[in-house]
Design a protein around this ligand. Structure first.
Ligand code: G4P
Length: 531
């Protein structure tokens, strides 16, 4: 079917699924792919989870890296809508990857385990989405198990995640007593039977009027009465769904279901394609760019090193913001000020990638790169603009990195450079002695870096502990002020440059950070590199 440029944009939904590990992200993704006809059977999507206890099993890490290329973008068509699911690693040590991916999504689905409620990783990720006003939809999973009361959970979501919710469906019982779901959005009841996992269940009961005695026949008197009461209560407590408020990030619709049993997933998907936003405009350093603009712009949000050590090229993932991206056309790499052409841009489908001639806003293309790209780089059809940087947050761990094989220092520095471009960790160079410090979100990254330096670059490194509590990006109100000069003199040993040559203060304790903030009132300290 031939579609116009505008139609192509309108039919795209690019989103990420976020959750605390084990809430059911992989299972839900798989069920969405099943509905899209992109896979034929359950179990086809491999989990990109780092299994517990695999911390030093590098074959496992390599295997996971392989899987995570394959599942980076899962694209499929559902009822004429082009869906792009961007994979986000659940492991907390890779949270930084997830933050970056969140710069490329137009909305997210948050998965919560009915028994565990809101967990730590969910809190952190939702906070980032809230800051960026990303539209969020909540899926409360595992209703086939005993869990928390629906109202308590909705409360918890509001309080812990700082969201304003409105239920779009409501569970009828739970665990052994789980009878099904009332779909507030479509006004019908779907009955639960344990067989749903084997087929795509379609058994729905149309209930236009809740007082319909049919309800008793199917779910029993007590459940029917409870449901009526609960629904009356929800109407009193929660605002009505408002698409505009949702798309602005001010209201979050909530669904209940069981991904494993394929229950409540179709409802989620059907509602999602109707309400979720099409590709959104994006702010650059010069102006806001609309997706419908004819000229291409896009940015790199992820870089993946080739798994084959003989081919050192990398795959840079570009989110298309505006216009069309075409094969073999020259595009301007605005940071380098040079034109680049790509003869084999990859588009991603469920589990496979293919060379494509043309891609639209909302799509992700993978470009083979021999070292031109860094995370956050912008490509355009000629306009000199840069998309606002992808923020770095303060790492949690800091260690000196030393060269353990003096004959291989060139390889070591090249390796460190490239791994930092990929966003594996952050590099700081101390002002007073030039020593290099690697900052990471999780301890696992140190092992990954050491392993990859050795296997991909033939270099060896060792680490040395460094006591840093937090990194803050430093911006004086006046560079020439006495106060700033004094700060640099007194804190000299704790100052470093990040990879963009921005000044960073490495505070050694919460106390010293607090004292510094209080003392130097004319210096701004930022907790992320985007300010
Ligand atoms: P994640 O990607 O968010 O980390 O979670 P994943 O989908 O891997 O699910 C974590 C576990 O929860 C899996 O069990 C999965 O089968 C189970 N699960 C997911 N959805 C539901 C649900 O609706 N109901 C129930 N009862 N369980 C659910 P596992 O035993 O850890 O793994 P597996 O051996 O089944 O793959």
């Amino acid at each position: 079917m031939k579609r116009s440029f505008e139609e192509e944009i309108k039919r795209r939904r690019t989103f990420g699924i976020i959750s605390h590990p084990d809430a059911g992200k992989t299972t839900l993704t798989e069920k969405l792919l099943l509905f899209g006809g992109a896979i034929q059977e359950a179990g086809a999507v491999k989990s990109n989870k780092i299994k517990k206890g695999a911390t030093s099993d590098f074959m496992e890490i390599e295997r996971q890296r392989g899987i995570s290329v394959a599942t980076s973008v899962l694209a499929f068509d559902y009822q004429g809508v082009k869906i792009n699911i961007l994979d986000t690693p659940g492991h907390k040590d890779f949270a930084e990857d997830t933050y970056r991916t969140l710069t490329a999504v137009d909305s997210v689905i948050v998965v919560i385990d009915v028994a565990k409620g809101v967990e730590e990783q969910t809190e952190k990720l939702v906070q980032v989405c809230r800051m960026r006003k990303i539209p969020m939809l909540v899926f409360i999973n595992k209703l086939d198990r005993e869990g928390k009361d629906a109202f308590d959970l909705l409360d918890e979501v509001e309080q812990k995640l700082g969201l304003k919710v409105t239920p779009m469906s409501f569970p009828i019982g739970m665990g052994y007593e789980f009878k099904g779901i009332y779909n507030i959005w479509e006004r019908n009841v779907r009955l639960f039977n344990n067989d749903n996992s084997r087929k795509l269940a379609t058994e729905t009961l149309q209930i236009t009027d809740l007082s319909d005695p049919e309800l008793e026949v199917h779910i029993g008197k007590t459940s029917a009465e409870n449901l009526r009461e609960e629904l009356e209560l929800t109407e009193g407590i929660y605002p009505e769904f408002d698409k505009e408020a949702y798309q602005k990030g001010d209201l979050q619709p909530v669904f209940f279901g069981s991904a494993l049993n394929n229950f409540g997933v179709r409802e989620l998907l059907d509602c999602f394609i109707e309400i979720a936003p099409m590709p959104r405009p994006k702010e650059s350093n010069t102006r806001i760019v609309e997706p419908t603009e004819k000229k291409f712009t896009g940015f790199v949000f992820k870089i993946h090193a080739n798994m084959d050590p003989k081919h050192r090229d990398r795959l840079a993932f570009i989110k298309i913001v505006s216009g069309t991206f075409e094969r073999n056309k020259p595009y301007l790499h605005t940071r380098l000020g040079k034109n680049l052409k790509f003869s084999s841009p990859n588009a991603f489908f469920a589990e496979k990638k293919e060379i494509v001639d043309i891609s639209y806003p909302g799509d992700i293309v993978g470009l083979h790169d021999t070292g031109n790209f860094k995370i956050g780089d912008t490509l355009t059809a000629g306009e000199k603009l840069e998309y606002k940087g992808i923020p770095s947050f303060s790492p949690e761990h800091f260690r000196y990195i030393n060269n353990a094989d003096p004959l291989k220092s060139k390889q070591l520095y090249k390796g460190i450079d490239q791994l930092m471009d990929e966003g594996v960790a952050q590099l700081f160079t101390l002002d007073f002695n030039g020593r290099k410090v690697i900052g990471t979100v999780g301890a696992l990254q140190y092992e990954v870096i050491q392993y990859r330096l050795e296997h991909e670059y033939g270099a060896k490194c060792s680490y040395e502990n460094l006591n840093v509590h937090k990194a803050c990006w430093v911006v004086p109100k006046d560079e020439k002020s006495e106060e700033f000069k004094e700060f640099k003199r007194v804190k000299g040993k704790f100052l470093a440059k990040d990879k963009h040559d921005q000044l960073v203060f490495l505070a050694d304790s919460p106390f010293s950070l607090q004292m510094t903030l209080e003392k130097y009132k004319n210096i701004d300290f930022h907790y992320s590199s985007e300010f």
